[in-house]
Design a protein around this ligand. Structure first.
Ligand code: SF4
Length: 156
């Protein structure tokens, strides 16, 4: 319930070289702290809960864009679940990398940017620091600029 609005199945990946000072989950930095899972294995977990939407977190899913894109496509094809993703990359940076952009285009919401300790604010919803944005990905892609929507929590 802390990884986006409502009940969500959160997929935590290992691997994040961003090394933000004050990161809440430094054990996830080393990719060896995870274990490999097939897309079908993860889909079984996701489909087992008919009421939960999905969140990709970590670590940083954008360091494994091909695997997460395959998973996101399976979610899109087989369910009506929404997909949120947390990443230390900014939206504009992800748009420049073809593989990361492919994953981005499959998301509903991206919470973007590194955690910045000086901007930490405990009153923020679904974010650790005020530089991070809750982005409506599909609207942003349509309009050609970043659309942030603080009402997303109510809708999704
Ligand atoms: S991007 Fe997220 S997981 Fe990676 S170091 Fe920064 S806060 Fe931690």
């Amino acid at each position: 319930m802390v990884d986006g609005p409502g009940f969500r199945t959160a997929i935590y990946c290992a691997g994040c070289p961003n090394a933000c000072p004050g990161c809440h989950n430094p054990i996830s930095w080393d990719i060896n702290n995870g274990h490999e899972m097939e897309t079908e294995e993860i889909m079984k977990v996701i489909e087992a809960d008919p009421f939960a939407n999905v969140t990709f977190s970590g670590g940083d899913p954008m360091f494994q864009p091909e695997g997460f894109a395959e998973l996101a496509r399976a979610i899109r094809e087989r369910t009506d679940k929404t997909i949120w993703c947390f990443s230390g990359f900014r939206f504009e940076t992800l748009m420049q990398n073809p593989k990361q952009r492919e994953l981005l285009e499959l998301l509903d919401v991206l919470v973007d940017g590194p955690f910045v300790q000086e901007l930490r604010d405990e009153n923020l919803v679904f974010r650790g620091s005020s530089n991070q944005r809750i982005i409506d990905v599909q609207e942003s892609l349509k309009k050609g600029f970043v659309i942030q929507n603080s009402q997303l929590a109510a809708r999704w």
